[in-house]
Design a protein around this ligand. Structure first.
Ligand SMILES: *Cc1c(COP(=O)(O)O)cnc(C)c1O
Length: 360
């Protein structure tokens, strides 16, 4: 029996031809194709500007820098996320402040965020975990009231929506195009904004603080995407809606078939979940269930087994938060393969095995 992997990049003839065209053009570093990818990505998101970077991590880093966040500042975010979310905050010299999440959506609970606001708070960094947007009406209202910046970690949420408005359009949006993400350029990232001044700052941060060659006006680094990656990105963008529709169809089928056995994802009305991960909650011995799924050829994943405040490095720094919901969910979640390359037979096999292992 074949193995069903947790992720499978969809690379076809279009991506290959686009890469070869760039290689033949002689212009392989950041150039016209990157610009085209940025314009197309911004249009897709319904946002004015997009700035491409080397990764989701550097997108977050550049966004924090562009908003002037640094030593003495606090940024409120989730601990139930990939480490990059909090590490990029630390990297600026600011302090990540963890708020707990809602157990049905896995996303920041706005009331708990409100309780963490201090005079040092500069920003909120909502993470649209697994591809479901956070409660942005509530978070945007908080930000407005307390004059805070919103930097969305939309790494998992390209194409996700609330009432037709795309993730990345509720603040400064940061995306990742890592190999497993819904849209991939192997490695890559993007920042979205409607603010022309901020977009220009981001372009400078990406390029050693340069607007004019060898005139350095601000701190910057090399966060440039290559045209090779951007070519893959443009081809992927053409397929994104079809790939996302398949993810959603796969997820809906799982939810229909599995809701009697395990707790399935919840999608609030008006939200478009793009299922970067399809994550269930189980009652039994989660680690054992994941092992058994793997033995049966199903590449289940745990995102994330240890919340950030309990990571050794954060513990060493003195983080001692108690985040009961994050801590509980870290012990219950299993993500099942939901990617667009799955066949109907794959889906049925996954359902069969989950039912067999999780029925009590
Ligand atoms: C993938 C991811 C990142 C980091 O993106 P990279 O491209 O891997 O640097 C940040 N936050 C979240 C939630 C992610 O899933």
């Amino acid at each position: 029996m074949n193995n069903i992997n947790i992720a499978a990049p969809t690379m076809g003839k279009e991506e290959k031809e686009a890469v070869l065209a760039v290689l033949d053009s002689g212009q392989i570093a950041q150039g016209a194709v990157t610009k085209k990818f940025e314009e197309r990505f911004a249009a897709y998101c319904g946002i004015k500007f997009a700035v491409a970077t080397t990764s989701g991590t550097t997108a977050l880093q550049a966004a924090l820098m562009a908003h002037g966040i640094g030593a003495g500042d606090e940024v409120i975010t989730s601990a139930f996320t990939f480490i990059a979310t909090a590490n990029t905050i630390l990297g600026t010299g600011a302090k990540p402040v963890f708020a707990d999440i809602d157990e049905t959506t896995f996303n920041l609970d706005p009331q708990l965020v409100a309780a963490k606001i201090t005079p040092r708070t500069k920003a909120i960094m909502p993470v649209h975990l697994y591809g479901l947007p956070c409660d942005m009406a509530a978070l945007n209202a908080l930000a407005q009231k307390h004059n805070l910046v919103i930097i969305e970690d939309a790494a998992q949420a390209v194409g996700a929506e609330i009432d037709g408005r795309k993730a990345g359009a509720f603040g400064t949006g940061c995306f990742s195009f890592y190999a497993t993400k819904n849209l991939t350029t192997a490695e890559g990232g993007m920042i979205t904004t409607n603010d022309a001044t901020l977009a220009q700052k981001l372009q400078m941060i990406r390029q050693h603080g340069m607007r004019q060659r060898y005139l350095h006006e601000t701190l910057g680094f090399n966060f440039r995407m290559t045209d090779i990656q951007a070519a893959i990105g443009v081809a992927q963008l053409d397929k994104l809606e079809a790939m996302t529709a398949k993810r959603i169809a796969n997820a809906n089928f799982f939810s229909k078939e599995l809701s009697a056995t395990v707790r399935v994802p919840v999608v609030p009305p008006g939200y478009r979940h793009v299922y970067h991960q399809y994550t269930i909650r189980v009652r039994g011995d989660r680690d054992q269930i994941v092992e058994q799924l793997k033995e049966r050829g199903i590449g289940a994943g745990i995102y994330y087994p240890i919340p950030i405040h309990q990571q050794p490095f954060y513990w060493q720094m003195g983080f001692r938060d108690t985040l009961p919901v994050s801590e509980m969910l870290a012990k219950q979640v299993i993500s099942l393969p939901v990617h667009p390359a799955l066949s109907q037979a794959d889906l049925e096999r996954i359902i069969r095995e989950v039912r067999a292992l999780c029925s009590t």
